[in-house]
Design a protein around this ligand. Structure first.
Ligand code: HEM
Ligand code: HEM
Length: 169
């Protein structure tokens, strides 16, 4: 078993983390601005463009999950191991859901997969839009648990950041 995740998994993890946190910010700030505010238009266009990049990275990541060797489970009680594993699985599921409902929103609004054509008033009410409004809140809870879990493990036992390419033992 390798001691760390594969190089590609590590690069995708940190690159996606940066982009997804940016997506949360652009989505949340954009949705609070007036529909005709110029900043809202800029934010929503970049949100859609970066969202498609996150979609590709997430697909690649799911492939890697099944094809690259992962380090063995961290040493901890079995219920904690289950919590860790479920947190990761649900993060994957919610990110996939966010990207797919994002695309779904564009398709139901007849914008097509052309993020630069998005304008806030063109988005119509639809099931993908409703789900896309709920999932960011679920994601925030999972992310707080994820960050809390890895920092807690790192402080108590070390190792976890080194497994994700940040060299602290
Ligand atoms: C949007 C943000 C993030 C997402 C979607 C995310 C997702 C994940 C996932 C799914 C894993 C399991 C490994 C894999 O399959 O790639 C993981 C592992 C890890 N993440 Fe994150 N993460 C995010 C942000 C962060 C942040 C901000 C930190 C640092 C505080 C962090 C630290 C770690 C560490 C240290 C591991 C390795 C856990 C282990 O030892 O097995 N992540 N992350
Ligand atoms: C990791 C991926 C994503 C995250 C974290 C994310 C997050 C968000 C958030 C927080 C909002 C504001 C929701 C609200 O409070 O009303 C939002 C809105 C929006 N997102 Fe995303 N999103 C993601 C992917 C995408 C993708 C792939 C697209 C399209 C290609 C997209 C298109 C939109 C649009 C058009 C809105 C405005 C919705 C409206 O006017 O009701 N998003 N997103």
């Amino acid at each position: 078993m390798p001691k760390t995740y594969s190089k590609l998994t590590i690069i995708i993890h940190w690159l996606s983390a940066l982009l997804i946190i940016g997506m949360m910010a652009s989505g949340m700030i954009g949705s609070k601005l007036a529909t005709d505010a110029p900043l809202r238009l800029t934010l929503i266009k970049s949100h859609g463009t970066v969202g498609l990049i996150v979609l590709v990275l997430t697909a690649l990541r799911i492939i890697l999950l099944f094809t690259s060797k992962h380090p063995e489970n961290l040493e901890m009680s079995s219920w904690r191991q289950q919590m860790f594993a479920w947190n990761h699985r649900l993060i994957y599921l919610v990110i996939a859901g966010l990207t797919l409902t994002g695309v779904g929103m564009l398709l139901t609004s007849s914008i097509g997969i052309a993020p630069l054509n998005i304008s806030p008033d063109a988005i119509v009410d639809s099931l993908p839009r409703t789900i896309h409004g709920i999932l960011p809140k679920v994601f925030l809870v999972l992310l707080i648990m994820h960050i809390g879990g890895v920092i807690h493990y790192q402080i108590k036992h070390g190792k976890t950041f080194a497994r994700m390419g940040i060299n602290r033992s």
